[in-house]
Design a protein around this ligand. Sequence first.
Ligand SMILES: Nc1ncnc2c1ncn2[C@@H]1O[C@H](COP(=O)(O)OP(=O)(O)O)[C@@H](O)[C@H]1O
Ligand SMILES: [Mg+2]
Length: 244
Amino acid sequence: MSNNAVLIKGEGLVKKFGGMTAVNCVDFELREGEILGLIGPNGAGKSTLFNLISGFLPTDSGVCTFGGKKITGKSPDKICHLGLGRTFQAAKNFPDMSLRDNVRMGALFGPVGQTYAQADQETDEILAFVGLDRFMDTAVPDIPLAGQKQIEVARALATKPTVLLLDEMMAGLNPTEVDEAMALVRKIRDTGVTVLLIEHVMKAVMNICDRIIVLHHGALIAEGTPAEIAGNKEVIEIYLGGEV
Ligand SMILES: Nc1ncnc2c1ncn2[C@@H]1O[C@H](COP(=O)(O)OP(=O)(O)O)[C@@H](O)[C@H]1O
Ligand SMILES: [Mg+2]
């Protein structure tokens, strides 16, 4: 894994909100084929870093590249068309649309030149792939939290990403649902999608990630394998506590 090509590279990324530095000169690499975990206490800047990578917020300084091409400064839709999909910490689904349309939107937006028929087929395959076919007759607002998270993942997958950013897809899930979500992330990676995930559920992070990076007060304070991170004194003090 360590020799794999770098897909996304961030160098010196900075984001300030007023006088507060949310992301403070962060360097990181996401390598092809890996599942990279991004952890850190609440408010550490994890979601903000996702917003910088995916173009949802302008970067104050630093550069992010995707496949060697600069993406910093590009709009979220352009970055998505380059092959970057993402989900949001608070699922942003469309309550008045059907489950299928919630996902079809991604299929229609994503791969340029795809026909409606192809998008429909794609949508049905992805619904089954993430396990949402069990909710086909349920109104979106009535689908439970685990399903809401799956809709987000499905819509992002429908854009045909080569890199997927997942923001706390396991928060609030019960242990069975966490196991299912872990299996889904592995399955996504096994289809050739590189994954960067923010997650607080340590059992999941430690089990599925190839590498982990740690943010604290906006700065990257550690990176390594799950075993290295679980044994890192600073990380234990500021974040893991008695969890591992
Ligand atoms: N759009 C915003 N405007 C102002 N402050 C923000 C905004 N987004 C995040 N912040 C602040 O930036 C810090 C990092 O937030 P966030 O990236 O959401 O942390 P995390 O995802 O690690 O919990 C927090 O102090 C948060 O309040
Ligand atoms: Mg967050």
